[in-house]
Design a protein around this ligand. Sequence first.
Ligand code: GLY
Length: 357
Amino acid sequence: MNELCVGLEERSYPIHIEYGCLDKVGEDLAERRIANRYCIIADSKVAGLYGDRLFDSLRQSNIKAELVTFPAGEASKNLNTFAFLCSTLAQKGFDRRDGIIALGGGVSGDLAGFVAASYMRGIPFVQIPTTLLSQVDSSVGGKTGVDIAEGKNLVGAFYQPKAVYIDSGVLETLEKEELLGGIAEVIKYGVIRDAAFFRYLSEKRAEALALNTKVIETIIHTSCTIKAQVVAEDERESDIRRILNYGHTIGHAVEAVSDFSIIHGKAVAIGMVAAARIAELQGILPAENKDEIVGLLQDYGLPTAIPPQFDRKKIKKYLLADKKIVSGKVAYVLPVRIGEVIITDKVEETLVDKVLS
Ligand code: GLY
């Protein structure tokens, strides 16, 4: 298997990236002896698609497992589902020597990870992400949690998995829209840390969208390498990890104002362009670099402008309520060239208004 490591001393863990590795998870877990038995947590859709393959792999290595499902969708990422999952573990007699496998996209990973962080004050867990977005972002780095009425991801914990298994083959069942959502985060890595990767994404657009195995695995590998480096430098997002929020400040506001009808990745694409425009207006990003960011997002079919029907005042309101606000100021991640960003709270409101207009 192609393996990377998230270097967090005694909490370090491997990320395996390989087409078809879903069928080898049992063999690898048997060697690692992470837990006695596992509760696989998946939404009903992913359980139907991949539950049997994972069970077969575990069975072949004599690993005991139970499957618990919840209804697919962000609406399930709440405290009720969390309580249901914890109660189910207790009813099935799971103890500290047992573990959890999160099988699915970001909702399953965040939810199952938070259950793992909380049940019996923490039991081991493993991530098997099945969307591009979760493969390149949410399954790595230990952010777990649920949404509450007051906002998304407002309750949670930093809790690292023991291993991440990324099977690029499972992307074949992903809807195009969801693939694009993941691509937005992938482009983000190029802008924040890696100009050569940005160019690679530009050159390999057709192969990436056609899920060419070599290209998509290079994309996943490079994205996870950047994420692993950033997380190893600043696990709890007190500093450098905030660069991963490039495009997310305005992106989250757009997502919320759309009532979540725009998927996260597309909102992030809009947010990346908005941040690039702010950087250009501040005179810290050359116009041609901003054009390159817009051009690459458009080449992949991602949106780059805030839809005209969205209420700008509401977007402003959400921006001010963003949880990344520090002492009344909104923190922006702004590109200064392709491959480098800065974090700043010194952005004139007039510039933000200009970009939102
Ligand atoms: N998705 C951003 C982070 O994990 O920090």
